[in-house]
Design a protein around this ligand. Structure first.
Ligand code: ATP
Ligand code: MG
Length: 322
């Protein structure tokens, strides 16, 4: 049976990119194998420095994930920091991590370009991510394309470790769904919680409408034909619409006579409808006192057992115990 693992940072409410890139594949895979899904709060410390906000995001992301169909009876769902052995493993892996490998990280450079301070933790983010994946002996990691390079780094570190200390780690594979590999945000760049360009899954109606209406477009006038192939509106609509509705929008783009505002309305309707059942489910879960804490505590207890097993192999291999 394959083991699936994925993590999401509590750096803000989940968005459409997270949903299609990671959450939906994860909820499908929980029925196919052994799933380990976690909220990456250690990782979030790289960008969130407000403790109250971090707590709020952890709870919010947990509810978002559960509302989207994560079943805690099937998947082991936990908070990363509840298994602190991951930080120990990260340190151990740092010792087989060439600087050059991290210096080439696109995600690091991307975050700097967005004005995030270049801390040591942000730089070594991929090492902690490798620790997450290797600690749970993961076979498959469902992620968006932005994480492809991090998965390659994880494999490199596992190989290097195994060459140095003997076969300890499995080599994981990324599961990247090509049709949803990189969802673009309001500004046409990769949608990211920390870039302020997201469309949240569970925004109230008015706010969702406002977000969708703020998608950046060119200034082609209403009457003129428009190019559907380069449009953020069409590329987002594709994720929600039936093939007929999509073809309808593409034709209307080419025909001219309809402004971007109208297309954005169609997109808004489609998003609102898609997440309505999940929005209702989220409200139910949110109203259950103690529910999130219980779920995460249950998951952490299971995760710790697996983690301890791996760590005893690792400690023995490197010579810090046994
Ligand atoms: P942050 O800005 O804090 O890095 P994020 O929005 O990039 O947040 P992460 O928590 O880093 O989200 O990533 C969670 C999962 O969502 C990962 O598997 C990642 O690949 C996926 N993901 C994030 N953004 C997108 C996107 N725009 N398209 C597809 N998948 C995405
Ligand atoms: Mg990210």
């Amino acid at each position: 049976m394959l083991r699936y693992l994925t993590g999401i940072q509590p750096t803000g409410p989940l968005h459409i990119g997270n949903y299609f890139g990671a959450v939906r594949p994860a909820t499908e895979l929980q029925n196919k194998g052994e799933a380990f899904y976690f909220i990456a709060d250690f990782h979030a410390l790289t960008t969130v420095h407000d403790p109250a906000l971090l707590r709020e995001y952890v709870r919010g992301v947990a509810l978002d994930f559960l509302a989207c169909g994560l079943d805690p009876a099937k998947a082991c769902f936990f908070r990363q920091s509840d298994v602190p052995a991951v930080a120990e493993l990260s340190w151990i892996l740092s010792n087989v991590t060439p600087m050059g490998l991290l210096e080439r990280s696109h995600s690091y450079k991307d975050k700097l370009a967005h004005g995030i301070a270049p801390s040591h933790a942000l730089f070594s983010y991929p090492v902690l991510m490798a620790a997450d994946i290797l600690l749970y002996d993961s076979d498959v990691v469902p992620v968006g394309k932005d994480q492809k390079q991090h998965l390659e780094i994880t494999r490199d570190l596992a190989v290097k470790f195994n060459e140095t200390y003997g076969e300890v780690f499995k080599l994981p594979e990324a599961d990247i769904r090509e049709e949803v590999a990189t969802i673009i945000g309001l500004d046409g760049q990769k949608m990211s919680k920390s870039y302020g360009n997201t469309i949240g899954l569970f925004l109230p109606e008015k706010e969702l409408r406002k977000k969708v209406m703020s998608i950046v477009t060119d200034s082609i006038p209403v009457e003129a034909p428009k190019d559907p192939t380069n449009s953020a509106i069409v590329s987002l609509y594709k994720l929600f619409a039936t093939p007929d509705a999509l073809a309808g929008m593409e034709n209307d783009f080419r025909a001219g006579g309809i402004g971007y505002g109208e297309f954005k309305k169609r997109l808004f309707e489609a998003i609102w409808e898609k997440f309505t059942p999940m929005r209702e489910r989220r409200a139910e879960l949110e109203a259950k006192p103690g529910y999130v804490d219980q779920v995460l505590a249950y998951g952490a207890a299971k995760a710790r057992v697996v983690a301890e097993n791996t760590m005893s192999r690792v400690r023995k291999a490197v010579g810090i115990s046994g």
